[in-house]
Design a protein around this ligand. Sequence first.
Ligand code: FAD
Length: 325
Amino acid sequence: MSKNVLVLADVRDGELRNVSLESLAAATRVADGGAVTAAVFGSKAKDVVEELSHHGADKVVLVLDEKLDQYTTDAYFQAFKQVIEHVEPDVIFTGHTAIGRDVSPRVAARLGCGLVSDCTDVEVDDSQIVFTRPIYAGKAFVKKAFREGTVFATLRPNNIPALEADTSRSAVVEELEVQFAEDLLRTVVKDVVRKASEGVDLSEARVIVSGGRGVKSADGFKPLQELADVLGGAVGASRGACDAEYCDYALQIGQTGKVVTPDLYIACGISGAIQHLAGMSNSKVIVAINKDPEANIFSVADYGIVGDLFEVVPMLTEEFKKVLV
Ligand code: FAD
């Protein structure tokens, strides 16, 4: 049975995040002939219309209001709710990003709809939409099926491949004016100060080179950054490294940090505590470098290198440079 599906596009610094394209791919899977609509917020929303239509959007709803240029819970809540009331979708996707995780549950609760968070897969089986999500810190997966009613889902980045761009597609574009209850806009963003370094976004990176307490100092992260740069990836960290002030908490991966699913995760000097594994064990290929052959990180690694990371990491960088640079 065909479904109307809405995707809330996540735009950061004028760039569409990959997870929005992945959400469009998920939307196309479940639409089954229904319309796939993308909603984009902010005064520069028009800039991403083409990319959205090339990746599966049949219609793009633009809310070109300056109040939506920076994310605030109150403004996005009001705008998203009104877009949903206008589009009347059966299924609503957002990325499992800071924005999606904040706004989706609020609007779902207000509209009395169901929500499945942190989905890693979605399929249609016998007219039911079946969402897959990890449970028990990634040790098992549960499938949730919906036959009727409106449902929200947040999608974990890097799990559903985006569709190949089809440049012949062009979406119908609609500008929607939303009404803001000014007394409910309680937050004003005056400035955005970035803590983490610029570069590849950790939660969407295809390659992550991660350091633990074994890195020993802030300077010890330099060889990891060099390897990440050669591989076009991002640097992450264990909480051990963050607690020791070798790096910023924005890099922390794990149960109380970011959950990542890159194609390649290189763990350097990380013991493999269960709380760290909760954030990275679903990575497609895991390489562990640790001088302790008994380290628990080897239990989830596809490739293990027993050795000193300060010798191994520069060697890897040199070898990758030969083939990649
Ligand atoms: P260690 O456990 O100290 O491991 C360092 C490793 O480096 C060792 O295995 C050692 O053999 C190796 N090593 C040392 N020198 C070298 C070298 N030169 N070359 C190669 N290897 C070397 N942790 C997280 O990561 N993320 C979380 O989100 C998180 N959330 C938590 C939530 C709670 C409620 C609690 C209680 C804990 C949480 N932790 C989390 C902490 C977690 O339990 C571990 O303490 C932490 O992951 C350990 O970090 P580490 O592996 O870097 O340090």
